[in-house]
Design a protein. Structure first.
Length: 127
């Protein structure tokens, strides 16, 4: 039964089966000796490349982790600097824009609506 899969793992597995099963019969078929040796070298090369690829994946994950940690630490430092600048200039000062911080919007207070009746008028109506 021949394997049908096209993934690298399945292909390499088929190579290994061929090499393992053909080696004992090289004496009967000397014309395959060279190709069989070449295929065995390729399998060894591919296994080494797969191992290196896995090492590089691990290194990539480690680097991503280091970048994430450094970015978090950098944001903490930026926050401290922002607090210092807001303390110096005030949280609503436009100078903060120069440093990359958004100033807090100045509070706009709404005027209270005048009551419809004054307290004097309200007591006169009750009595």
């Amino acid at each position: 039964m021949a394997a049908k899969g096209q993934s690298y793992a399945e292909k390499f597995s088929r190579w290994e089966v061929l090499i393992t099963n053909a080696k004992p019969h090289v004496t009967d078929m000397p014309h395959i000796t060279e190709d069989l040796a070449t295929l065995e070298q390729k399998l060894t090369e591919v296994r080494a490349l797969e191992s290196r690829q896995e090492d590089l994946r691990f290194q990539s994950r480690e680097m991503s982790k280091q970048v994430r940690v450094a970015a978090q630490e950098g944001e903490k430092i930026r926050g401290r600097l922002g607090s210092t600048l807001k303390g110096k200039y005030g949280p609503e000062n436009e100078t903060l824009l120069k440093y990359g911080f958004k100033p807090r919007q100045q509070a706009v207070r709404k005027k209270k609506a005048a009551p419809a009746t004054s307290p004097e008028q309200g007591s006169a109506k009750q009595g």
